[in-house]
Every structure is written in C-alpha cells, then in structure tokens.
Design a protein around this ligand. Structure first.
Ligand code: NDP
Ligand code: GO6
Length: 312
C-alpha cells in the first residue's frame, strides 16, 4: 500500500514543525499549508522554505477562504492540525471548525488529527475556570468531527518537556531555577512528560495504523511517568547542586490565581490539575484508547534524565 499523503496545518508552529520533520523522516509525502496571512513573518517563511528543501510540498490556502481549504484538503489522505492552543500565544482552536467543514465537503480524507496534543479534554469535564476553556474548545471540535463522521485520531501528548521539564515545572521560566524550586504539594503526584521530537514521531506512527482509527492515543511511556520530585532529583544529580524546596500547599497555589492576568490564570488551572490532582496518570488507558509506546515499541523515546542534559 502506498504511503498516505499528509497535510500539516500549522506546520511552522511549535509542535507542528516537529510533526512535519517526523513525516518527512518516516517517508510520507508531506504537504504543508502556506497561509497568505503570514505576510512579512520572515521566520515562518524561512521555516516553510526549509521544509520545501527537505522535500515537503507547500500548498497555499487561507482560513478566510473555505474553498481554498477544500482544494488543499482534496490533495491529501491525512490531515494533521497543530493550530495554536496555548493561551499566551495566539490561541485559535475553534478556527479548526472551518477545517472540519472543508474536510467534510472534500470527502476524501481518511484520517484527521485535530490540534490536541495535551491533556485528554474528554477527561476534564470538572476543570477549573478559566483554564477549562482549553478543554471545552477541543471538545467542540471533537463533536464537529464526530458529527461529520470524519475518521480521526486524538493524540494526548501529556506535558511537553520544553514547557514542563527544562524549568522543573516552574511557571515563570523555561530553564532550571538556580537556588529555589517551588514544589507542588508533596511533589509526589505523577505526571507524564514527552520530548517534543518524540511527540512528532509517535503522531506520525498513528496515521496509517488501523489500531488507532477513531481512538485516543496517549503518549505516556512508562519511564516518562514521573513526579515533580523525581524530576528535581534528576536535575540535582546532573548539576551537582541541591535546590532549596519551597512547598506550595494546594490552597495557596489556587489562591495565587487571583490578581494574575488571564493567560496566567489558565496556566495555574492546568498546573493544578496536573500536579495536585494527578489528572494525567490517575486512570488506566482502556476502551477506545491506546498507549503509544505499547503500539510502537521500536521507538526509543527520550528519557527525561537525557532531556535535562540539554540544560546542564
Ligand atoms: P503555536 O502557538 O506554535 O501555533 C501553531 C500554529 O497555529 C501557527 O504556527 C499557525 O500556523 C497556526 N495559527 C495561529 N493563529 C492562526 C490563525 N489565526 N489562523 C490560522 N492559523 C493560525 O501552537 P503550539 O504548537 O504551541 O500548539 C499546538 C497544540 O499543542 C495545541 O492544541 C496546544 O494546546 C498543544 N500544546 C500542548 C502542550 C503540552 O505540554 N502538552 C504545550 C503546548 C501546546 P502557520 O504555521 O500556518 O503560521
Ligand atoms: C500547555 C504553561 C507553562 C503555562 C496541556 C503557564 C494544553 C494541554 C499538558 O502553553 O497551561 O510556564 O496538557 O507560565 O492540554 C502551557 C500549557 C504551560 C504552555 C499548560 C498545555 C498543556 C496546553 C508556563 C506557564 C512555563
């Protein structure tokens, strides 16, 4: 069977560019949406040109022209959307409804992967305001996909290492703190962490796989299920320096939301569910779902001990 043609929408973005890279590496004919709106954004243009140099095809289309999206979608078998969902970046998840409409009209797409790549929004019905917007919007997109009977895979990628590991889960930075580290509660709640390149690799692995059709695939490999304290210990070993631990009780953490700007409030909500409640690990992966490292044992995923060496 010939390999599916893959379109990445949002290909110049943070996770999108890793997905384009993985698609090219795994030998898929790779198409990347080129939006006229990127205009004078020279960094995006350069990223697109580098994809082209590596063999990707750039295809023009705009979210303000549904017909252009239909034309693009008609050229491929698989569509992966990596539209921004980060509250302190542009945040436009619901724009995907246009893409769903285009895929429905085109009628040829064999698999759609919407922009998910985080916590499973179906498990976040109880999420706190205002952070729940992230999950509510992703669920609206899921409903549209399912109502249109579009074959799909939802990838739940847990915590991207660049946002959660390099900073030892601190919210105000992306690199390790020098002296003090805030510890959420007892620090022993397990979360799951993923190197972003591995998110790309596993995502592409799922697209032609009948085992992942209309399922949620969790990227939760056993060795990357770690508590915040385990991450901190890893870093202390690497750096040869002990950090002062400052315990943040749950009540204080939640109270800290008051007075923060909206994007930070969203972040606090997410961190609460991850590091106090344990929402990434407090369930078994069962019916309608798969775990990526079980499906693809051949992938040698990056351990966080290895990932942290980048910061040493
Ligand atoms: P980015 O903020 O990097 O944006 C991705 C792309 O979205 C952009 O490159 C752009 O595509 C597209 N985009 C933005 N605004 C518009 C617009 N107005 N119209 C059309 N396209 C637009 O996204 P991320 O990679 O950070 O996020 C992708 C997904 O990953 C989200 O669902 C997010 O929730 C999730 N995520 C998960 C994390 C985790 O720890 N698990 C961490 C971060 C994100 P173009 O290339 O065409 O310019
Ligand atoms: C990433 C972050 C890092 C927030 C998800 C505030 C959706 C998800 C794990 O954009 O809030 O400093 O699942 O100050 O389903 C952001 C969010 C993390 C990054 C989480 C995310 C994760 C979105 C911050 C901060 C480093």
């Amino acid at each position: 069977m010939a390999k599916s043609k893959v379109l990445v929408v949002g290909g110049t973005g943070y996770i999108g560019r890793r997905i384009v890279k993985a698609s090219l590496e795994q030998g898929y004919p790779t198409y990347v949406l080129q939006r006229p709106e990127i205009g004078l954004d020279v960094d995006k243009v350069q990223i697109l040109l580098s994809f082209k140099k590596q063999g990707a095809r750039l295809v023009e289309g705009s979210f303000s022209d549904i017909q252009s999206l239909i034309e693009v979608v008609k050229q491929v078998d698989v569509v992966i959307c990596t539209m921004s969902g980060v509250h302190f970046r542009s945040h436009n998840i619901l724009l995907q409804l246009k893409l769903v409409e285009a895929i429905k009209a085109a009628g040829n797409v064999k698999r759609f992967l919407p922009s998910e790549f985080g916590m499973d929004p179906a498990r976040m019905e109880h999420a706190l305001e205002p952070g729940r917007v992230t999950f509510d919007e992703k669920m609206i997109v899921r409903r549209a996909i399912e109502e249109a009977n579009i074959p799909h895979t939802y990838v739940s990628a847990n915590c991207f290492a660049g946002y959660f590991v390099g900073n030892l889960c601190q919210m105000d930075r992306l690199t390790p703190p020098k002296d003090k580290v805030n510890i959420y509660g007892d620090g022993n709640v397990k979360a799951a962490f993923m190197d972003e390149d591995d998110v790309g690799t596993y995502t592409i692995k799922t697209i032609d796989d009948p085992r992942t059709l209309n399922k949620t695939v969790f990227l939760r490999p056993p060795e990357n299920i770690l508590s915040q304290r385990q991450l901190v210990e890893n870093w202390e070993k690497l750096s040869g320096k002990k950090l002062q631990k400052v315990t943040i009780p749950q009540e204080d953490f939640l109270a800290s939301m008051k007075g923060l700007d909206y994007p930070s409030q969203v972040g606090v909500g997410h961190f609460f569910h991850i590091f106090y409640e344990g929402c990434l690990t407090n369930f078994e992966i069962g019916e309608g779902a798969e775990e990526a490292s079980r499906l693809y044992p051949e992938v040698r995923y990056t351990r966080m001990e290895e990932f942290l060496k980048l910061y040493a």
